[in-house]
Ligand binder design. Structure first.
Ligand SMILES: [Zn+2]
Length: 271
């Protein structure tokens, strides 16, 4: 048995992609339609997937399937309620500079999510375009401010975080650790956990707008779906690292063309 962590972002209805979380077509690629998200939960429950308790994972537990949600978009509140009704608890990673701004969760939402047993963690303070490029002082500020805000708001220590954009580096990790983070989620699609210093690094499998419920089940269950995502991620990794801005620009352009041209007939078949 191992821990398989799934990475979601916002969940929106009626094609209103910019209603929750960060705006734009690149961000929309990571958002699920509400009906699709409901179907993901139904499929995971029907398949008998054992869900991990977020607090247990933060305490070192490494079993089951953990659902995480990045960015802190306003939809987190509804997502938390849907999950609670089904007895599932998740992790919500919050971009703290956005708390209470249009499209993002407010302080009361976060208190309710926590009261319902979900775990609240940091997703940096401002969600920089590439956090790995910040100098040590700016990095420290991103994590420290974010953790301080959440701790004051929740009235308890905050020890979990996810790396914005998946831009992981040794300095991103050490700054997070210095800010008190003990469990840091990346976007590397793996079930393998690393421990460096006092911080555990955990990978996650991404669920995208076009991901079918069966993909979530396959990723939770292991096997081929995980390997395919891992292989694709490793092909992209050098591109992302060495040509970051160009890669993001090209990707944004490509996604924009893709979203505005309805459905790309050359797109890969759904899993
Ligand atoms: Zn993010």
């Amino acid at each position: 048995m191992s821990l398989a962590t799934l990475m979601y972002h916002d969940v929106v209805s009626g094609g209103r992609w910019d209603e929750s979380g960060f705006a734009g077509s690149a961000a929309a690629h990571y958002k699920l339609d509400a009906a699709n998200f409901h179907a993901h939960l139904d499929a995971l429950l029907a398949a008998g997937v054992a869900f991990a308790e977020p607090d247990a994972v933060a305490a070192g537990g490494r079993e089951g399937c953990l659902l995480t949600f990045d960015d802190g978009g306003a939809s987190a509140s509804a997502v938390g309620k849907i999950m609670s009704r089904r007895g599932v608890r998740g992790c919500f990673f919050i971009t703290t500079s956005r708390i209470g701004t249009p499209g993002f969760v407010g302080a009361r939402d976060l208190l309710e999510l926590r009261r319902d047993g979900h775990l609240i963690g940091s997703h940096s303070h401002t969600h920089p375009a590439n956090i790995a490029r910040l100098d040590a002082r700016a990095l420290h500020e991103e994590w420290r401010r974010s953790v301080d805000i959440l701790e004051q708001l929740l009235g308890e220590p905050v020890h979990a975080a996810s790396v914005p954009g998946g831009f992981m580096s040794p300095s991103v990790r050490s700054a997070a650790e210095a800010a008190g983070i003990r469990t840091l989620f990346t976007s590397e699609p793996t079930t393998r956990a690393w421990h460096t210093g006092s911080c555990a690094i955990l990978g996650r499998y991404a669920l995208l707008r076009e991901s079918a419920p069966g993909t979530a089940v396959a990723l939770a269950a292991g096997g081929g779906a995980r390997l395919r995502q891992w292989a694709a991620w490793n092909v992209k990794k050098p591109l992302k690292r060495w040509a970051g801005p160009v890669y993001r620009f090209t990707r944004a352009q490509w996604l924009h063309g893709r979203l505005s041209s309805h459905r790309d007939p050359t797109a890969a078949p759904r899993e």
